[in-house]
Design a binder for this molecule. Sequence first.
Ligand SMILES: [Zn+2]
Length: 242
Amino acid sequence: MQNANNVRTSALLASLGWLEHAFLPAGMAPPEEAACGHQRHSPTVVMSEAAFPRKQCEADGVIATGSRPVAVYTADCLPVLIADTRHHHVAAVHAGLKGALAGVLSQAVNRLCALGATRDSLFVAIGPAIAPCCYELGEDMLRTITANPRVTAPQWSSTQPVNPHAVRPQARATNQGIWFDLPALGQQMLLDMKIPAAQIEVLPVCTYCSAESQSSYRRNGHFSDGYALRYSWIQRRASSQP
Ligand SMILES: [Zn+2]
């Protein structure tokens, strides 16, 4: 779902009445009180108390057990918002290719489960990120990916997929590589952790070719037309009773 200000939401998370969340467009500030780590493409996940004031610690995932919003910032990486319906805990995770391969998603899920969640109590939304229509990787990188034990069903294509929703030209091939599906990798990792498929939503928005302008780090690398961080946040409503 998307409003007039290009703020996107997940229908799945919106169906849970006890939380608020948003995938903000490039350049829009998150809630002032949001906790957020200094992101390093690491598997480190911390509690919200450690990540507020913002960026005071290094972390790529933040969990809140109270009503403080937690946020991540991305450009082409996966912004992943997680809600535990059992205890009304929430998490925001920055999962690029490097962080996903390092295990940041399993760290977040394991930490939520240590706090009382079960795999079937977790609802997850993967927000706008670079999609296979624009994400070219070299064969050497593909070999690194497929050798990673967390990667059980990599999805990629040797020909560039056409994105019918593109609002600007897709990335042009630069290195005779392959077109990798990063959102599908995140989804596969969540499914492998036994989170039910019906409780995972992937927003079909490519930061390079189909989100608002200045969303993509990679596009800026090709055209130097600028990029601004995209914040994604989630928060338990103060009034919620698990
Ligand atoms: Zn694209």
